[in-house]
Design a protein around this ligand. Structure first.
Ligand code: NAI
Ligand code: MG
Length: 343
């Protein structure tokens, strides 16, 4: 199997714990990654005086592939969000968030929804300013969103190609074109244009965002792939994570033409860092996405099957999923499912 060089950012807080667990399971799986380990976030500040050090960027420029632990964005000190900077730097226009029911007995069974969010445009360009009135310098707040036809077409193409490649039946386009006629109208129009090219292969429909939010709660099973602008995608992806039991099971991928970065949706969880109880599941599922992305479909399938089998046994689940296993015990169980030897 050809080896694939990839950047590894262990991250802050529980980051090093969940990345070590993920690496151990990937090794048991026989995943073909060779890791270039690079500090970022607080670790980046310690080593290089910068949360997003140049050697880290240089590494991703070379490997075009990264697995990233959660990074603590320092409060104050003028640091911009590291995640936003990485997205911009590598033009990671697609945010992929698959969510499926991992543990039975929650609010909903058998949910399997992939949310694809435009990652660079919309209201998140944050072109904002205030207009003073009288003696109030902040009397009026203005924000301009930017959606381009090319950006909308690009993310729609990504969504329909994803659906095709992964045997998905339908893409639902999310918008608010009844009110934000220009900003979300162009997105709807561009996405429909792309969708028509897939007629007979992938079905297409659309929803107004607020109606979608309600229908996700009433009947989430009607959704397959959801395609959304930046802000609506941000909100709906957290809602969908909530349907399947919260952030602990949610992986995410940020994908562009020049690079792709895979991560857990959760943060660095400083409240439980260093205690050996963090759930590495979300980062493992992010690594499974990385296997998909690099064409290692068979390995990804085996990996997910081993994780699913491990979760069937309550005793080997971590505390956030109702068990009492440590990070290490959960990882041992995944490694055992993969047929690997335990330390
Ligand atoms: P968080 O996701 O780190 O924690 C929220 C709650 O979920 C905490 O109670 C935590 O213990 C729990 N939790 C999170 N991941 C868990 C896991 N794997 N296993 C078990 N429990 C888990 O969110 P919070 O506290 O808002 O943010 C903490 C730091 O993380 C901040 O500095 C924030 O900027 C950063 N962050 C980084 C992200 C990234 O790098 N992608 C994403 C979100 C937050
Ligand atoms: Mg969010």
């Amino acid at each position: 199997m050809p080896r694939i060089e990839a950047t590894l950012i262990p991250g802050d807080g529980i980051g090093p714990e969940v990345t070590a667990a993920t690496l151990r399971s990937l090794e048991a799986l026989g995943a073909p990654f060779d890791w270039d380990v690079q500090p970022g976030g607080l670790a980046g500040i310690e080593v290089h005086g910068n949360p997003l050090p140049e050697p880290l960027l240089e590494s991703i420029r070379r490997t075009k592939l990264a697995l990233k632990g959660p990074l603590t964005t320092p409060v104050g000190g003028g640091f911009r969000s590291i995640n936003v900077r990485l997205r911009e730097e590598f033009q990671l226009y697609a945010n992929l968030r698959p969510n499926r029911t991992m543990v039975a007995g929650g609010r909903y069974e058998n949910i399997d929804i992939v949310l694809i969010r435009e990652n660079l445009e919309g209201l998140y360009v944050a072109f904002e300013h205030y207009i003073p009135v009288g003696d109030d310098p902040y009397a009026v707040a203005i924000s301009s969103g930017v959606n381009t036809r090319s950006g909308s077409t690009r993310i729609a193409r990504y969504a329909f190609e994803y659906a095709l490649k992964h045997g998905r039946k339908k893409v639902t386009i999310i918008h608010k074109a009844n009110v934000l006629k220009a900003l979300t109208g162009i997105f709807l129009e561009a996405a429909r244009d792309v969708g028509r090219e897939y007629e007979g292969r992938v079905a297409m429909d659309d929803r107004i965002v607020d109606a979608c939010a309600m229908q996700l709660v009433l009947n989430p099973w009607q959704f397959d792939v959801i395609l959304a602008t930046n802000l609506f995608g941000d909100i709906l992806s957290d809602e969908i994570a909530g349907l399947v039991g919260g952030l602990g099971t949610a992986p995410g991928a940020n994908i562009g033409d020049k690079a792709a970065i895979f991560e857990a949706v959760h943060g660095s969880a400083p409240d439980i860092a260093g205690r050996g109880i963090a759930n590495p599941l979300a980062l493992m599922l992010a690594a499974a996405l990385m296997l998909d992305h690099t064409g290692n479909i068979e390995l990804a399938h085996r990996y997910r099957a081993a994780i699913d089998a491990t979760l069937l046994n309550r005793a080997t689940r971590t505390r956030d999923l109702g068990g009492n296993a440590t990070t290490e015990q959960f990882t041992d169980a995944v490694v055992a499912q993969l047929g690997g030897a335990l330390p």
